[in-house]
Design a protein around this ligand. Sequence first.
Ligand code: CO8
Length: 256
Amino acid sequence: MEYQILNIQIMDRIAVVVISRPAAMNALNSDFFSEFNHFLDDLEPRDDVKVLVITGAGKSFVAGADIAEMVNFGKEQGLAFSIKGQRTFDRLEQLNIPVIAAINGYALGGGCELAMACDFRIASNLARFGQPEMNLGLMPGYAGTQRLSRLTGLGNALYMILTAATISADDALRIGLVQKVTEPGSLMEEVMKLASKIADNGSQAVAVAKKIIRQGLEKEFSKASQMESEAFAKLFDQAATKEGLKAFLEKRKPDW
Ligand code: CO8
């Protein structure tokens, strides 16, 4: 597929996707979802990519769903567009590699929802976050009502969504929406360092831990802990685990 919106680079086990629709602050439209799902189709079977990084071009990460596309929607189109976005973001969240959002600028509405579907978020101090849908007489539709409260707690989610306030990167850090704030010029360097650190780890263990953390949150604690024990035990059947343990004792780097 010839990508018009996504710029994809895969280097040294890390895929970087840059979302670029400069005329619309990288707003998410139907073409974005077609391209992004196509990209995920290509990515899912690959075993050479260990981490995915998503960022935006220019001064925006993503300024939301495309308002120009939604302006004439009726109920059915609204539902279809919401479901398409939710399915795509669920798919992203369920990838068996970690996904880092590198938030360079505005992460608003659907853009904040996209960032929340990533495993964690690193932001430039120029980044701004918000769910401004109330300003449009709308509400979040890509599961932002659910992910924001899970990530930041009920009060913060209600505050952000009901006031439509835009918050700074430091405030996003304070409420746990982002994990780290950087100078604008060092955002990608910091993100790539983290991505490389993760790529150096045992990829099977990384994939299993991601799955158990995410699935466990939806379960009762004792069931989730049991799921953890079973997953932990299964790793001992993996050659990579044996190699990781042996390498430590032999004071060398593991050769996965
Ligand atoms: N959709 C379409 N176009 C956009 C969007 C958007 N979300 N955001 C910006 N643009 C366009 C502007 O219209 C403008 O176009 P033009 O140059 O043709 O006038 C261009 O991008 C540049 O924008 P600005 O001139 O406004 O740039 P500023 O630097 O002054 O402001 C902002 C940047 C603060 C990002 C501002 O553009 C803004 O507030 N954008 C809208 C943010 C917003 O409300 N986002 C939420 C959208 S709704 C949503 O995301 C719902 C998600 C769930 C959908 C579920 C399916 C139904």
